[in-house]
Design a protein. Structure first.
Length: 290
């Protein structure tokens, strides 16, 4: 029987959000995709007076959040929503039930280790995310950005197959990220085919020759607040790759602007070679009396 090898993508990244209390079903991240949000249900960020809209704060400030238009009645199939404050390190700092509509909550931003993009989200009883908002904590009068980069590919690929990986870069601010550069490796046991940009500010890139290995280098002048970019890299998996071989690659992004949170500036993908059609074991013979 002929066996064909495939590469099964096992993605590991600092962007995976392992939260201290529980894992939010729909991971919060600095992605370009909009959050799922039912009609009317909302989270709004205010200054400490709970009336002045504000999204940029300094360490030590008080932040107020309003959650509104969420289901309350248990007999309608819902329990009270919970509200969670998620720090730039993707840990839940505070969480409590919402008991009125609208309801308000406040926290004082820690004086240290708090710079970066924060998220406030409402959760249902299964910890599924419903509505969320974000705010940025920055050093007073400092020009800062919070770049992130992710590289996603298929869950499995066949040996010799052409595969596609999506590269997503995002800047939630609070300022423009100047002089952006990113590099990404051609995964081991693969060769380069092509690179295409789908959206965002134009990146100038240097790539390996078709059929070669190496690194992709790209740069752009800058990305404004809430600006994102997406590129697609195409590779071919080596035809002779063996079962158990690991295809791995690293990707990172930098800029001249002070970075608020470096944890999501780096991502690593690992792909393990497995069999497409593992042998089917015959059922054991029946025992006497069956």
């Amino acid at each position: 029987m002929r066996r064909t090898s495939v590469c099964l993508l096992l993605r590991t990244s600092t962007a995976l959000l392992v939260l201290s209390a529980f894992t939010i079903a729909t991971a919060i991240s600095a992605s370009t995709a909009p959050a799922f949000q039912p009609v009317g249900e909302s989270v709004t960020i205010y200054a400490g007076d709970c009336s002045t809209p504000q999204t940029v704060f300094n360490p030590g400030d008080t932040v107020c959040v309003q959650a509104a238009n969420f289901p309350l009645a248990p007999d309608a199939g819902y329990r009270y929503r919970r509200i969670a404050w998620v720090s730039p390190s993707r840990e839940i700092i505070e969480e409590r039930e919402l008991k009125s509509d609208p309801d308000y909550d406040r926290i004082a931003i820690p004086a240290s280790g708090s710079t970066g993009t924060w998220y406030v989200t409402t959760l249902n009883i299964e910890s599924g995310r419903y509505a969320d908002a974000k705010f940025v904590v920055r050093k007073d009068r400092a020009v800062t950005a919070d770049l992130s980069i992710y590289k996603d590919g298929p869950s499995s690929v066949y040996a010799g197959q052409r595969v596609e990986f999506a590269l997503s870069i995002y800047n939630p601010g609070p300022d423009t990220a100047e002089g952006i550069e990113f590099t990404t490796e051609v995964p081991s046991n693969m060769t380069f085919v092509a690179l295409k940009q789908a959206s965002g500010p134009l990146f100038e890139c240097k790539t390996p020759a078709r059929g070669q290995t190496g690194r992709i280098y790209c740069s752009t002048k800058g990305m404004r607040l809430d600006e994102s970019a997406r590129l697609y890299a195409y590779y071919v998996v080596d035809s002779e790759v063996r079962e158990g071989t690991v295809c791995s690659a690293t990707t990172n992004v930098t800029s001249y602007t002070e970075e608020l949170n470096k944890e999501d500036n780096f991502t690593k993908t690992e792909t393990t070679v497995v069999l497409e059609n593992p042998p089917i074991l015959e059922e054991p013979p029946p025992e006497d009396g069956e």
